[in-house]
Design a binder for this molecule. Structure first.
Ligand SMILES: Cc1cc2nc3c(=O)[nH]c(=O)nc-3n(C[C@H](O)[C@H](O)[C@H](O)COP(=O)(O)O)c2cc1C
Length: 279
């Protein structure tokens, strides 16, 4: 794998796929990766599979509910997680690992949590009573040129924009922006979080640095938005994606640490505590 940080910089939500068929050995490479990606950092079991719709007829393809918004996808990664309090974070973390792996080997991807027919994917994945199918991604070779619709979606959600670091990263309290120059290698770890994808690019991640190298992850939840899909909490998925970027880049930089649920004694205002990286 190339530098994880470079892969993170390279990834974007691709919405225009070429008709070039994915080679069998590439599908196998991806499948091998999915097969060993079975458990989230907080303990949830996940499972992923490739849904190859290359030979499907138009009417069958339409049932996936992703067409219109996304042009030409024929292959998808779908994923399933066991229901639990921390299922969405674990799912976000593991699925983002798939997405970074797929990006690294040359594919375009696009997290789809809203614009899909979840029941069609659930059927293909044989989702059980105690499982949820939170999101999928198309994978495939991308067209150089973005479609008009793709440019329009990217403009509406401001896909390129990211919040200012001083609004995302805080020092010991919600009132003090973190001085990134004082964080050493962790400044790059935080930048990797800032580049993460998030549902409608809302970037709900807030990180409060505590004494030493402890970083507490909080969610700035848009409650109505996060409730809209019932048990599928897209902003909690976003938090799992942030954990993935944080951890992979920390490891790449030789920073050791582990995730712990610590309930820190900070006064986070309306922020919801998720997990801490204890470095
Ligand atoms: C959990 C999640 C769900 C998403 N769902 C959709 C979706 O249903 N449809 C879509 O077009 N994009 C979806 N996106 C993509 C975001 O709009 C995109 O990540 C964001 O605008 C930032 O753009 P970028 O990924 O190109 O950096 C989703 C992203 C995440 C993380």
């Amino acid at each position: 794998m190339k530098s994880v940080f470079d892969v993170i910089k390279k990834r974007y939500s691709a919405r225009n796929y070429s008709s070039k068929t994915i080679e069998k050995d590439m599908i196998k490479k991806l499948k091998d990766f999915l097969d060993q990606n079975r458990k989230g950092p907080l303990g949830s079991e996940v499972r992923f599979d490739i849904i190859d719709a290359t030979d499907y007829e138009h009417t069958e393809l339409k049932k996936f509910g992703v067409y219109g918004l996304i042009k030409g996808p024929r292959v998808f990664i779908a994923g399933v997680v066991k229901r639990s309090e921390i299922a969405m974070e674990d799912f976000g973390y593991c699925m983002e690992k798939n997405i970074l792996f797929a990006t690294d080997i040359g594919f375009g991807t696009c997290w789809l949590g809203g614009s899909l027919s979840r029941s069609t994917f659930a059927q293909k994945m044989n989702v059980l009573e105690d499982e949820l199918l939170p999101a999928v991604t198309p994978i495939g070779y991308t067209e150089e040129k973005k479609t008009l619709r793709e440019n329009f979606i990217r403009m509406i959600v401001g896909a390129k924009n990211r919040k200012n670091p001083k609004d995302l990263f805080l020092d010991n309290s919600i009132n003090t922006p973190l001085d990134l120059d004082s964080c050493g290698k962790y400044s790059k770890v935080l930048e990797a979080v800032r580049l993460a994808p998030s549902a409608t690019n809302k970037q709900p991640w807030r990180i409060i640095k505590d004494a030493g190298n402890t970083y507490h992850l909080f969610m700035k939840e848009n409650i109505a938005y996060n409730k809209a899909l019932g048990d599928i909490k897209v902003q909690n998925i976003d938090m799992g994606i942030a954990m993935c970027h944080f951890e992979l880049v920390a490891i790449e930089l030789g920073l050791r640490g582990a995730w712990e649920i610590k309930n820190p004694s900070l006064e986070p205002g309306d922020l919801k505590y998720i997990v801490s990286w204890v470095g």
